[in-house]
Design a binder for this molecule. Structure first.
Ligand SMILES: *Cc1c(COP(=O)(O)O)cnc(C)c1O
Length: 389
């Protein structure tokens, strides 16, 4: 089945002909006798026993996401970061070494560079990720995981997924990718040889800015191992109602992604022509440094982008952001609503100025999540804000 059909056609058992899968708002499941519950425990990850491990409403969404990603199995979690940390913990033991990219999502970075280091003596090497040779050179005897994010969600550098997956397999190293930006529609990392695909479902998959959730996708072997270890023991499970909302959201994922892409392309092209803008970071632009690699491994582009204002005057940058009416000021992204954010606001509270600049960013970088409003209205909003600089 094609993606649009997977998203909109249900294969679950008939429930009185209900067109929407029912909400099983329950914590446990009962059995008709001793033998039945005994048998269920033979496959804890695959039978309905207790909703911390498996719930039928959540499973409807998990099965669709697994199919969409061309994976054998998916597990929804309480947040994107729960999916990230579960996947990483699955791949490492105390004393191991991880390779990741310098511009990895902030909390993922903190988990690896400080939490895992302090508690489990796990070390990390950062690479820009744009050359496969960087990964090769960083491999050590104790490297067990290469953690990718392509495109990265602020400056949008890509990694060559097929080549990195091949390299990792030769060295018996697992690969995981945070695929949130491209969504399961526009990039299929498992088909390119990556072992574990992760999404912050809070972004495009849910898309309505009303749920915080995450998902891990991969082989049945890997996902079952995560379910009976990290998921069961750390407990970052998804609530049934959130699973129900996610199935609702999945119906329109393909339509929404096409609209995000169209609006984003229009706005990126507008920004690129604008004098007040020095650079635009969006992999869908022909001027993007890794445009060809993007064309090869993605089939479309998400709506999150950033740009550098020509001015370095912080009061003018503030005026610009404050003048926007349709782009609301806030964190997160990937919803129906257009958003604006300036990394300088919070990053400099968490990073030293040197580390901030080492990310290839500066005080003049503005990030926008292009939503589903009319694209000409969004352009008009930007034009008015530029006049305030
Ligand atoms: C938001 C985000 C996460 C974390 O997801 P939550 O659902 O907020 O926990 C992880 N990776 C990327 C790229 C994100 O943007």
């Amino acid at each position: 089945m094609k993606d649009e059909t997977i998203l909109n056609h249900d294969t679950y058992e008939d429930q009185h002909g209900a067109v929407v899968p029912p909400l099983y708002q329950n914590s446990l499941f009962t059995f008709k006798d001793w033998d039945a519950i005994d048998r269920a425990f033979d496959d804890k990850a695959g039978n309905f026993i207790y909703s911390r491990l498996l719930n039928p409403t959540v499973k409807v969404a998990e099965d669709k996401i697994a199919q969409l990603c061309r994976g054998e199995k998916a597990k929804l979690c309480a947040s994107g970061i729960a999916a990230v940390t579960s996947a990483i913990l699955h791949c490492v033991r105390a004393g191991d070494h991880i390779i990741t990219i310098s511009n990895i999502y902030g909390p993922t970075n903190t988990f690896i560079s400080s939490y895992l280091k302090d508690k489990f003596n796990i070390s990390v090497t950062y690479v820009s990720g744009t050359q496969v040779s960087e990964f090769k050179d960083a491999i050590r005897d104790n490297t067990t995981l290469i953690f990718l994010e392509s495109p990265a969600s602020l400056t949008f550098e890509l990694q060559d997924l097929r080549a990195v997956a091949k390299l990792a397999k030769q060295h018996d190293i697992k690969t995981a990718i945070d695929n949130t930006w491209a969504s399961p529609l526009f990039q299929k990392p498992l088909e390119l040889g990556i072992d574990i695909e992760i999404h912050s479902v809070s972004k495009y998959i849910c898309g309505h800015s009303d749920v915080v959730a995450g998902v891990v996708v991969g082989s049945k072997e890997i996902i079952d191992a995560i379910i009976t270890a990290e998921h069961e023991l750390l407990g970052a499970k998804m609530a049934p109602f959130e699973g129900w909302l996610i199935t609702r959201s999945l119906r329109t994922l393909a339509l929404r992604m096409r609209a995000h892409q169209e609006n984003a392309h229009h706005i990126a092209a507008f920004l690129e022509r604008y004098n007040e803008v020095k650079r635009v970071f969006w992999p869908g632009l022909k001027s993007f440094a890794q445009y060809d690699l993007g064309q090869e491994q993605m089939s479309g582009y998400g709506g999150l982008m950033s740009f550098e204002l020509a001015t370095k005057d912080i009061s003018k940058i503030k005026n610009f952001v404050n003048a926007l009416q349709l782009f609301k000021l806030g964190v997160s992204w990937g919803g129906h609503d257009s958003l604006v954010y300036a990394p300088v606001i919070s990053y400099l509270k968490e990073l030293s100025p040197e580390n901030f600049h080492a990310m290839g960013i500066n005080e003049s970088i503005i990030r926008v999540s292009v939503g589903l409003e009319d694209k000409e209205d969004l352009i008009a909003d930007l034009e008015i804000a530029f006049q305030s600089i």
